[in-house]
Structure formats: C-alpha cells, structure tokens
Design a protein around this ligand. Structure first.
Ligand code: HEC
Length: 115
C-alpha cells in the first residue's frame, strides 16, 4: 500500500516536470522569424517590404522610416491582433506574447538613418 503512494507521488512529479518543459518550449522562446515567415511574409515580404500581393491589398512598406515613427507599438499590436481591412486578424491564432515579439521584429525593418 505504501509503495503505491510513493509511486503515485513520483509519477505526479514526473508529469508536472514534463508539463513544465512543454510550456517552456512553447512560451519561453518565441520564434518570431518563423512566425513571420509562415504567417506574414506572403503579404509583407521577407524584409518587410510589401509583396505584390500585399500591395494590392493595401499593405505598406515596413521599412518606411516615416511610417515607423508615426505608429506606436500599441497600435501595431492592435492591428495585428484584431486585423484591419484586408489585414487578417491574428488574435485567435497567435498569443499576445507572439504578437508582441512580431511587433519588435517589425521594428527591425526600419532602415538605419543616413546622415
Ligand atoms: C493576406 C495578406 C496579409 C497577411 C498574411 C498579413 N498581413 Fe499585415 N497587413 C495586410 C494589409 C493589406 C494591411 C493594411 C491594412 C489597412 O488597410 O489598414 C496590413 C497591415 C498590417 C500592419 C499595420 C500597418 C499600419 O499601417 O499600421 C501590421 C503591423 C501588420 N499588417 C502586421 C502583420 C503581421 C505581423 C502578420 C503576420 C502575423 C501579417 N501582418 C499578415 C495584409 C496582410
């Protein structure tokens, strides 16, 4: 009888360890480059310069410094989460953390200032 209790404690511990590792694998490091490549690139382009298809739908060039300066992170999060016009909403598909990471990534597309 005692050994059953010991075993179940061990199994419970192992299970919670496995769960911890899983949530780490998914929540810890977000592969925003991969998400962008899979979910966004077809319209927004590999380097943030809009693709032909994206342009037709009304997407803009993420490397436009003036545009970058004119929008806040909050607005970008809002647009990605809820979508806007032809921009498909990602809220159901991506977690808030993933969307935040994508906004950071979009910020990388701004060209270095010459001058
Ligand atoms: C089917 C094409 C398509 C896909 C896929 C797509 N977008 Fe868009 N996106 C658009 C269009 C079109 C707009 C412009 C919407 C508008 O008219 O305001 C836009 C706008 C945006 C904006 C706002 C730009 C601004 O003017 O403020 C952000 C940020 C953005 N997209 C990020 C993403 C991210 C991140 C993904 C991937 C998770 C993604 N988009 C996937 C088409 C797309």
């Amino acid at each position: 009888m005692k050994s059953i209790v010991v075993y179940s404690v061990i199994i419970t511990l192992l299970l919670s360890l496995a769960q911890f590792n899983l949530s780490n694998a998914f929540g810890g490091k977000i592969d925003y480059k991969k998400i962008f490549k899979n979910e966004c690139q077809k319209c927004h382009g590999r380097d943030g310069k809009v693709t032909k298809r994206g342009k037709k739908l009304g997407a803009r060039d993420f490397t436009d410094a003036e545009w970058q300066a004119s929008v806040t992170d909050k607005e970008l999060i809002e647009t990605i989460t809820n979508g806007r016009k032809k921009m498909p909403r990602q809220g159901g598909k991506l977690s808030p953390e993933e969307i935040k990471a994508l906004v950071k990534y979009i910020r990388y597309f701004v060209p270095k200032k010459r001058r």
